[in-house]
Design a protein around this ligand. Structure first.
Ligand SMILES: Cc1ncc(COP(=O)(O)O)c(C=O)c1O
Ligand SMILES: N[C@@H](CCOP(=O)(O)O)C(=O)O
Length: 472
């Protein structure tokens, strides 16, 4: 399998290459040169597989040429054997139409673990194979950071610099990152928003001062391997609900557009996905883009769903490329102009291509709290606020008839409620306890450095603290 950049000019790479490269050298994001597709019979044949076996079956076409079937299967069993639920991503029924897909049974209690546990193992394998070191730079609004740190802490070939916006993640999220003490982990709290942190990370990948001395790697969803692993739980849930003989709709709490784009990939691969609902909080650039074609970023408003306080949504570029006809040169111009003005209009092809599968809805904090209360009172489920945004959107779209009553509608439960226990307590009057598997989070010492919000400060910190810089 070969991968191409959304901006058209970076070299095509194989799976090992894109996993280690993260962002393409032209600033674009990698996508498979063509979508692999399963027949109905092949999908039917996946029924009854365990999660690790299903993961290996679904991901096999993407890793061809870089991993043998045995290597992939071995990795999937190693990674998913360790989750806190035997089903890995269990489905819970809420009423006749609504389901929750629980994605928070990994070590750091958010959906990010499903992909990052695998990515950590892939880094280890490929770096060993190449006898190479990697300096990972990542940005987090809370969940990617802890999942990535847990996936690479203590390793000898990869070192991680994780940027989070100071004061804008929950206390549990911050502690899950800053209490991990390992020589290869650096936590940086920067002034500004997640978008600022993400912009610094992307800029480092195309900054010759950095790339001259460091081999950079990515753990954010700009890394294709992240999305690939997330495709699996769409298959797992749809198969349980009757695929390929029945279509399923999904509501996905969305920020960087990675999780919902994985649903798009599943549809491209032949899974009968009826609709993908992009659920945003009041930082609603994606809702505006999908409903009116206006992709213009304003300031970021802090909310009770901090992981979705994002305006510049990395993976939207992948959709614009694929749905808009895969014209890399035109997209490179469009993205350059967006980067300068922070505003753009979708082309007709992009808007129509997106509308074929995506619908969007936005939830403010009152609507989010109401959905959390509904889940608690009507289905006995304590859900986190991000999941609350998704459930609000699911209920709104069902009420508007966008999703017909006979179509199962699955809301992705993206984080364990205890990660956001203050917001949950305010909404439903119950304070969820942290599962014992996260250990004594509040008894451990934190370690992080605080940096000003400008790019040069971040870059200079990484350059002067990366072990690989010293070697160069
Ligand atoms: C709990 C939670 N829900 C939803 C999202 C949004 O997911 P995505 O960025 O893939 O759209 C995130 C962050 O990515 C998150 O941490
Ligand atoms: N919500 C995310 C933001 C980064 O998203 P990613 O999926 O691109 O890593 C977070 O929790 O950090």
């Amino acid at each position: 399998m070969q991968y191409v950049s959304t901006r058209g000019s970076a070299p095509a790479l194989d799976f090992e290459g894109v996993t280690l490269a993260g962002l393409a050298s032209d600033g674009g994001l990698y996508l498979p040169a063509e979508w692999p597709r399963f027949s109905e019979a092949e999908i039917r044949d996946m029924r009854g597989l365990s999660y690790p076996d299903l993961a290996a079956r679904v991901m096999a076409p993407f890793v061809a040429g870089s991993l043998t079937e045995e290597e992939l299967l071995g990795l999937c069993h190693k990674v998913y054997g360790d989750f806190g639920h035997a089903a890995v991503t269990p489905l819970v029924q809420m009423d006749a139409q609504h389901w929750l897909l629980e994605l928070f049974h990994g070590p750091t209690l958010a959906f990010k673990d499903v992909a990052l546990q695998l990515l950590g193992a892939l880094f280890e394998l490929f770096l060993e194979r190449r006898d190479q070191r990697l300096t990972i730079v990542g940005a987090t609004s809370g969940d990617t950071g802890s999942a990535a740190i847990h996936a690479v802490a203590g390793g000898t070939r990869a070192e991680i610099f994780m940027l989070h916006p100071k004061g804008r993640v929950s206390e549990v999220q911050r502690r899950q990152m800053t209490t991990v003490r390992a020589p290869n982990v650096h936590n940086l709290a920067i002034e500004g928003s997640f978008d600022d942190a993400q912009a610094h990370v992307k800029r480092m990948f195309t900054d010759p001062e950095v790339t001259r001395v460091l081999d950079l790697g990515a753990v954010n969803s700009i890394n294709w391997a992240r999305l690939m692993a997330q495709v699996v739980y769409y298959f797992a849930s749809a198969l349980q609900l009757g695929a390929p003989d029945r279509s399923v709709a999904y509501s996905v709490p969305t920020g960087n557009f990675g999780d919902v784009f994985a649903g798009y990939v599943a549809a491209k691969m032949g899974l009968p996905v009826e609709r993908l609902i992009v659920a945003t909080n009041v930082n609603d650039i994606l809702h505006r883009a999908l409903s009116s074609g206006d992709y213009s970023a304003g300031g970021v408003t802090p909310t009770i769903t901090p992981s979705m306080d994002i305006q510049v949504s990395s993976n939207f570029e992948r959709l614009l490329f694929d749905a808009g006809g895969r014209d890399g040169a035109a997209l490179a111009d469009q993205m350059r102009s967006f980067e300068a003005s922070k505003a753009m209009q979708l082309t007709n092809a992009q808007a129509e291509g997106a509308a074929a599968l995506f619908t969007s809805a936005r939830a403010d904090q009152t609507e989010t709290a109401r959905a959390m209360q509904w889940a608690y009172r009507n289905a006995g489920q304590v859900i986190d606020p991000h999941t609350g945004v998704g459930l609000h959107a699911a209920q709104a779209m069902a009420a508007e008839g966008v999703v017909a009553p006979q179509v199962p509608l699955v809301t992705l439960a993206t984080a364990h409620p205890a990660k956001f226990n203050d917001a949950v307590e305010r909404a439903i009057g119950v304070r969820p306890a942290l599962p014992s598997r996260v250990g004594d989070l509040f008894g451990r010492e934190e370690s992080y450095v605080e940096l000003a919000g400008d790019y040069a400060t971040t870059r200079d910190y990484v350059l002067s603290h990366a072990a690989a810089s010293g070697e160069a």
